[in-house]
Design a protein. Structure first.
Length: 320
């Protein structure tokens, strides 16, 4: 029996060798000498997804078709992905070899089902591209909210055997298996003024992984910060960390060359290199093969601001 990772609850993405590449450059190759994709559905290309609330791992409301899309699950209907935990009503897709989970997810924080399609509120949209891939739009509209609570929307590839491939030996990939490079194309738009003391309207690239002792670490890389809410410190441009409290270490850093609103660009983050350079802030543990990758996420994060992000061409490549 293949090893399993603790089950599907949506993961908090708090946030390098970071490079922003021109959108005309090709995406990182998914196979061959340059490395292998660890995603079952890079792009994504399959409309096989759910929308989940952060803390309970269920759809914000069960009666919105947008929150469960199974029309293209056959593209990723694989024996390695069979999982009874995602059977109806959580994700009612029965593949040829058994029930299967979404191959990627939209994840929300502090939004409810009634907030979908509203302003203040959130909206997610999926559109096709001429290449056959999908463009995913995340609207995180909190400018009209009565409070300044943190709110998020994200694209999440999560869990080995669901979104994330396993190593040939059946184990979950770890940061020590090679260099993990996450890349995607993004366009962002700030659609309001700031109305809270913290001018937060961030787009981040996040990696969530378990250390060998079970601690959950998060590395978050800011690609867009129009309100200059981050205050980078030191050569690694760290803007925040939790000092490894609460059962894991969380570190946020600022990209060296931020996105420009309205301009499409390619983002690439070498998380293995970043984890090595930040090892002291990550509990003294650098990249190890025994760590377990459990999520790759692209996250919008706001307080009293409206932010739109459109992403496509997502991949996570492990190079030996």
């Amino acid at each position: 029996m293949r090893p399993r990772t603790p089950r599907r609850t949506a993961l908090r993405a708090v946030t390098a060798a970071v490079t922003l590449l021109a959108a005309t450059l090709p995406a990182v190759p998914a196979d061959g000498a340059a490395g292998s994709s660890i995603l079952f559905d890079p792009g994504p290309r399959a409309r096989c997804f759910s929308t989940l609330r952060e803390f309970d791992g269920v759809a914000p409301t069960a009666d919105r078709n947008n929150h469960h899309s199974k029309e293209s699950c056959g593209q990723v209907d694989l024996p390695d992905r069979v999982d009874g935990h995602c059977a109806a009503p959580a994700f009612p897709y029965q593949g040829a070899t058994g029930p299967q989970c979404p191959v990627w997810d939209f994840v929300t924080v502090n939004w409810n089902g009634d907030d979908f399609g509203r302003r203040p509120g959130y909206t997610t949209a999926v559109t096709g591209l001429p290449s056959g891939g999908l463009a995913l739009t995340l609207d995180n509209n909190s400018a009209g909210s009565r409070d300044c609570a943190l709110r998020e929307t994200s694209l999440s590839y999560q869990y080995p055997s669901d979104s994330l491939r396993r190593r040939p030996d059946g184990g979950a990939y770890g940061l020590g298996d090679g260099h993990l490079r996450v890349s995607y194309t993004a366009r962002v738009e700030l659609r309001s003024d700031f109305r809270c003391a913290e001018h937060r309207a961030l787009l981040t690239t996040d990696l969530v992984y378990l250390q060998p002792d079970g601690r959950k670490n998060v590395i978050s890389v800011i690609a867009y910060d129009p309100g200059a809410s981050a205050n980078p410190i030191g050569p690694d441009r760290v803007t925040w960390d939790n000092h490894c409290t609460g059962g894991g270490c969380r570190v946020m850093v600022l990209a060296g060359q931020p996105l420009i609103a309205g301009e499409e660009a390619r983002i690439a983050v070498d998380f293995t290199d970043l984890a090595q350079r930040l090892r002291e802030r990550l509990g003294g543990q650098g990249p190890t093969r025994d760590s377990r990758l459990i999520a790759v996420q692209i996250v919008t994060s706001t307080r009293g601001a409206d932010l739109r992000a459109t992403v496509s061409g997502v991949d996570a490549v492990m190079t030996p």
